[in-house]
Design a protein around this ligand. Sequence first.
Ligand code: ZN
Length: 496
Amino acid sequence: MLLFFVVGLVVHLIFFASIFDIYFTSPLVHGMTPQQTLHPPPAKRLLLFVADGLRADTFFALDEHGLPRAPYLRNLIKTKASWGVSHTRVPTESRPGHVALIAGFYEDVSAVAKGWKENPVEFDSVFNESMYTWSWGSPDILPMFAKGASGDHVFTHCYLAESEDFAAEDATKLDSWVFDHVKAFFRSAQSNQTLLRKLHQDKVVFFLHLLGLDTNGHAHRPGSREYKDNVKKVDEGVKEMVTLIEDFYGNDDKTAFIFTSDHGMTDWGSHGAGHPSETLTPLVAWGAGVHHARENLVLDPGSTEWNLENWRRLDVNQADVAPLMAALIGLSYPLNSVGVLPVEYINSSNLFKAESMLTNALQILQQFKVKMAQKKQTTLPFLFLPFSLLSESKQLDIVRKARSYIHGGNYKEAMELCRTLIDFALEGLAYYHTYDRFFLGTSLVVAFTGWILYVILIIMKTNPSIIRTSSSYTGVSSIVLQVMVLRFLVQLYCFV
Ligand SMILES: [Zn+2]
């Protein structure tokens, strides 16, 4: 009986562990070649502002007096910026949000088992691909991008976690801390030749992580005066930073700016789930290489509630921000990025746009190829079923055609073809990622059935009366049998 119990326990532990093998596997692959557009990029440097926990509606909507909550940024939307809603995915947490924005992929689910804060797997990011990145903000966010980076080129300036108390009374101090330190940094650069030289190189990124809104939202809820006042503070800070950078670089018009948020927040001050208040975040981009505001020929009913129906709204998925940043300053696209370049944000030649889309397509295709090769290697040859929509000849054919369209000046057709290639490659990546799921699930169901039959056999052996008299079915053994069958059906239902 003891042996039976031990075997039972082991079988169930194996089944339990198999769930992680089936559902919690990392989508990331390694070994791709970096892809970069060879044409000169429109910007030399990029400033990324992430207002942690800022909801799209609070940011875009006018206040009760009909005034904008972020007047500076709203004015940009109407003049020199492209804007839209960036749609995030669940879990709507800071870490996955930043990974999507900066590395271009949706958080590795295997991170669940390893905790969200640490870097569970090595991944490439816009910061890693940059020449230099300087970042300011929370110690919960910045280090994970510095740790994953190769070489000493991603610099972090964090307040100490334990000294976040300095903002206990007023969370906007978390944001003022960042703005003040950026100002001090550029002041100190004036007398530091080495730093000055680095700052004047191409492909430089500045990242300002602003945690005030998230903290105020948790403490006072997004409908509070504190949260809304914080939006204004952030807006003023962004304005100051833009002036600072433009002055520092002598108004060379070579800086691109992106303002967004990692996730939103519910009315009751929480986030993590998939409610629109959590998944809709603002995106405003302007500066070098970004398209200025465009008026709608037909009013957009989706933006009426924000009184922005006159201005063209360009929604993106959160991971699309990574290739946008890479294209603007001419970086290699982050290797694991699944973001699709939102080409309408870019103000450059059609040739540059088409080449950038092709680079994006090749970079995602690289992942598809590596993933397919890996799957092929771990599957018996006669059991391997390749993804039918993107055979090797089809890949070659699409790439060749896209290149010839570009050479012939048919940029629109080239971009459409690249988009098709990206869609196929992403579909193929999902195909190979879930390739074993059916096989593993079926094995699990078969194993469970076998185990239940085995248990039934043991019960019958130890209670032969069950077979002899049907009346004994009212006994304990019958209840056990019924529970087992019920359990099996539930298991089957859960799997399906
Ligand atoms: Zn939060």
